[in-house]
Design a protein around this ligand. Structure first.
Ligand SMILES: [Zn+2]
Length: 74
């Protein structure tokens, strides 16, 4: 079963979520019960995700949330 990383939009903490079935997403943040969750795309196999994550992948960027990467200049 794949494990995906999510970031909470309220407390900004990241957590991992075990996907038990297709489409299974966490209902709320385990830290603050917030519901503004977004999946953190990791790895280099994802090509040009929406939001303009356009920089060379590096080890420093492997876990940054797409669309708000501190290394991309956005
Ligand atoms: Zn939270």
């Amino acid at each position: 079963m794949p494990i995906y990383e999510y970031e909470c939009g309220e407390c900004r903490k990241k957590f991992e979520h075990l996907q038990r079935r297709p489409g299974d997403v966490p209902a709320q943040c385990p830290h603050c019960d917030g519901r503004k969750l977004k999946k953190v795309l990791s790895g280099f196999s994802v090509a040009a995700p929406a939001g303009g994550h356009q920089h060379e992948p590096s080890s420093a960027c492997s876990s940054c949330p797409h669309g708000s990467c501190p290394h991309s200049g956005h």
